[in-house]
Design a protein. Sequence first.
Length: 96
Amino acid sequence: MKAYDMIQKKELDVTRKELIDLILHDRQVDLAFAQPRSDEDGYLTWDAENWTCVDGKRFIRCYSLKGRVLRDSTTHNIYDMDNDFCPEEAKEVQIN
């Protein structure tokens, strides 16, 4: 998939695993979706999320809706990434 690296100012062709490795090495990955997404309870709705690594083994996902950062965030371990990190569903992927 294509991702734009904001630091190197170029588009990269990356895999899902490569994005996770970048997050593990102190980069942030931003995903923007074409349609708003919602959790299974209908509590949270967002159209963008950013992923960072806390301590080399825990990940945090922060949410935005229509350009506004939401107060909610979730934490994940490496095994959660299989189900929760979906860059292939994003319309735009940025590496910060």
